[in-house]
Design a protein around this ligand. Structure first.
Ligand code: GDP
Ligand code: IMO
Ligand code: MG
Length: 431
């Protein structure tokens, strides 16, 4: 990045593509990282010098002392999760409070949102979405229905108490009379939030204005997506999605930055695919082969510990992600997980009732019914871990990279060859 750039980094699949690692890597040359959607349903893993840090809410630039960390208005904020994570980092010697800044218009996640999320999932039984149980969906519902309490409300105690009373009356009615569950306690929630208000007060700033100032002085800023494009509430595999817009366009809305201010959109793509929770998954691999991918890739949820469902790389889905995010670059991660495979499969087309589908199905039932057309690539059968330059990559890897580029028309600028910050090959990334 020679001059100031605003770069959006988003997941292109169903999350856990390695966004955190790539954001951490690229912030070496950035002044700030901003989160723009989701909440603490995210789990972003950074490994630096063998030390592992998992972040759910605080942007993945936090390990770099010069980097400011912003939580934009598009994020739904649990104060409890925020301070637990910040205190964990401070205890490990990472300064947080002088660099973390939060938008006043972030909606709050309340304990009743968590109770509603879990109650709803339980009631769905076999039809459950498989949410992270963090209250994300109910919190976004309240934002859209104009009932939400927002960070700025914390500083007006009387108004906060009134609005909290109103919203809890509604939540408790649903909990008690629809789900037959105990209510949440108004006073306890009020006291906890008013106490936290004093801690959060110095962190609350006009995030939009600060980002615009950074833009004006030519600074590099990364906009860190959470989840992945297929979990987008509008463009993903609805209803098996999260409750926010995870695609690149929301980087603007979720921080208050207009669309013309972004220079690059880097899509993070795992060299295979995983999904946590329910929903259609055309390239899913079952049985021993799937277990092998899960074992080698350590594919267990960072937030909930759930086993991630494994599958092959899906270029039909990726083409959809390219379109809906206007990707300018791709980072292909976790290639090293495939080191020992004899054959690596890549889905290049979908068929429905024997006919090739054009485009990506917009409903979950159709997607569940497609048959994949695969290209098989010979495995490289050697460790990629020490590769640092394009010339170090085996021929078979280059075949895979060109297949991805040919089908997406987007350059693969970054290749992930291990979990550590420096385990990458940079191929002349344009950003
Ligand atoms: P995120 O949610 O997109 O940030 O991804 P997660 O952190 O949930 O999951 C990605 C996992 O893969 C983490 O355990 C990372 O440490 C790890 N990881 C990231 N990139 C690579 C890579 O290139 N190779 C390997 N082996 N692991 C990676
Ligand atoms: P990162 O940022 C993978 C999934 C859940 C569930 C669906 C809805 O680490 O990639 P929610 O709690 O958001 O209402 O759950 O979305 N999900 C994720 N899957 N990675 C994530 O985040 C996810 N965040 C939510 O498993 O299927
Ligand atoms: Mg994750």
């Amino acid at each position: 990045m020679s001059q100031g750039r605003f770069v959006v980094v988003i997941g292109t699949q169903w999350g856990d593509e390695g966004k955190g690692k790539i954001v951490d890597l690229l912030t070496e040359r950035a002044a700030a990282v901003a989160r723009f959607q989701g909440g603490h349903n995210a789990g972003h893993t950074l490994i630096v010098g063998g030390e592992k840090t998992v972040l759910s809410l605080i942007p993945s630039g936090v390990l770099r002392p010069q980097v400011a960390c912003y939580i934009g208005n598009g994020v739904v904020l649990s104060l409890e999760a925020l301070f637990t994570e910040a205190d964990m980092l401070v205890a490990r010697g990472v300064p947080v409070f002088d660099r973390l800044r939060i938008a006043p218009n972030c909606p709050l996640i309340l304990p009743s949102h968590v109770a509603l999320d879990r109650a709803r999932e339980q009631a769905r039984g076999a039809e459950a979405i498989g949410t992270t149980g963090r209250g994300i969906g109910p919190a976004y519902e309240d934002k859209v229905s104009r009932r939400a309490l927002r960070v700025a409300d914390l500083f007006q105690p009387a108004r906060f108490a009134t609005k909290l009373g109103e919203i809890l009356e509604f939540h408790n009615f649903v909990l008690q009379h629809y789900f037959r569950l105990p209510p949440v306690d108004f006073q306890q929630i009020l006291d906890a939030h008013l106490a936290a208000a004093e801690r959060i007060r110095p962190l609350v700033v006009d995030v939009t204005l600060e980002l615009q100032r950074l833009r004006a002085r030519g600074a590099n800023v990364m906009f860190e997506g959470a989840q992945g494009a297929m979990l987008d509430v509008d463009l993903g595999t609805y209803p098996f999605v999260t409750s926010s817009n995870t695609t690149a366009g929301y980087a603007g809305t979720g921080t208050g930055i207009g669309p013309c201010n972004f220079d690059y959109v880097l899509g993070i793509v795992k060299a295979y695919t995983t999904r946590v929770g329910a929903g259609p998954f055309p390239t899913e691999v079952h049985g021993e082969l799937g277990d092998r991918i899960v074992d080698i890739g350590h594919e267990f949820g960072t937030v909930t510990g759930r086993r991630r469902r494994p599958g092959w790389l899906d270029l039909v889905m990726l083409r959809h992600a390219v379109r809906v995010n206007s990707l300018t670059d791709i980072a292909l991660t976790k290639l090293d997980v495939l080191d020992d495979f004899d054959t690596i499969r890549v889905c290049v087309g979908y068929q429905l009732n024997g006919e090739e589908l054009q485009g990506f199905p917009d409903d979950a039932e159709t997607l569940a019914g497609v048959e994949c057309v695969y290209v098989d690539i010979a495995g490289w059968k050697q460790s990629l871990r020490a590769c640092r330059r394009e010339a170090d990559l085996p021929r078979e890897v280059l075949v895979l990279l060109s297949l991805v580029e040919q089908h997406t028309k987007v350059p693969v600028s970054v290749v992930g060859v291990g979990p550590e910050r420096d385990d990458v090959v940079l191929r002349g990334a344009s950003s």
